[in-house]
Design a protein. Structure first.
Length: 231
């Protein structure tokens, strides 16, 4: 009888690991091919190199056996792409999933910049393929979610199709009900909310003054300009 194997994808995803603290396609491949049968892949990663992530995604998609993905912390950026390879994707009630547009660093003239832009467009299309296959959402909808750098809690990830179920603790007693709060937010929304709150806090209310002593800002500017012209 073949027991289900457990693999862990913890940390940054990279083509090469300098300090043995990154997940590389080669290291993952060696562990994946060390046995057979169904596997469970626990993911807790902020993402990393999208090409390396694409290699790991393809390994899992091609694997001869069921692949259960469990997100116990965060599956962000490139790590969210790998999660889409799961036959079933489970999320912890306290986990987060984040998707955004691919990024790079480019140097050179306008032609080199255009090459980088075209490359990012192609990379985004490939990422959209993985999201579309898993969620069934339209590419336009998914593209907008990536543009906004969208963060999803467990319930929102399930609602949008990025995950299938919420992990629950196995117990002989009654199951603890899972919170039904569904949350999704973007960097832009958070920044706008913070700016609105700061603006409200910083707003200075004018002190009530007598009508005859109140001086308008336009009047003060006119006087200052007059003084400057006579200097």
């Amino acid at each position: 009888m073949t027991t289900e194997r457990i693999l862990f994808l913890n940390g940054t995803i990279a083509e090469e690991s300098w300090f043995d603290d990154d997940v590389t396609p080669q290291l993952f491949k060696e562990e994946l091919n060390a046995g057979s049968g169904d596997i469970t892949v626990w993911i807790n990663s902020p993402g990393g190199d999208c090409i390396a992530a694409a290699q790991i995604y393809n390994m899992l998609m091609d694997y001869k056996g069921n692949v259960t993905v469990k997100i116990d912390g965060i599956a962000a950026s490139a790590a969210s792409v790998i999660a889409m390879a799961g036959t079933k994707v489970l999320v912890s009630p306290v986990s987060m999933l984040m998707i955004h547009n691919p990024m790079t660093v480019a140097f050179g003239n306008s032609a080199e910049m255009q090459k980088a832009i075209d490359m990012l467009g192609s990379v985004k299309d490939s990422i959209l393929n993985a999201y579309e296959i898993k969620t069934g959402l339209s590419r336009t909808k998914l593209s907008h979610l990536m543009d906004a750098e969208t963060w999803m809690d467990a319930n929102k990830a399930i609602e949008l199709g990025f995950a299938d179920e919420i992990m629950q603790r196995s117990t002989v007693t009654d199951e603890i009900p899972v919170p039904q709060v569904s949350m999704m937010f973007s960097n832009a929304a958070v920044m706008n909310s913070l700016m609105d709150k700061l603006a409200a806090k910083c707003e200075i209310k004018a002190k009530p003054e007598k009508a005859e002593t109140k001086i308008k800002a336009d009047s003060l500017m006119d006087r200052l300009n007059l003084i400057k012209n006579w200097r």
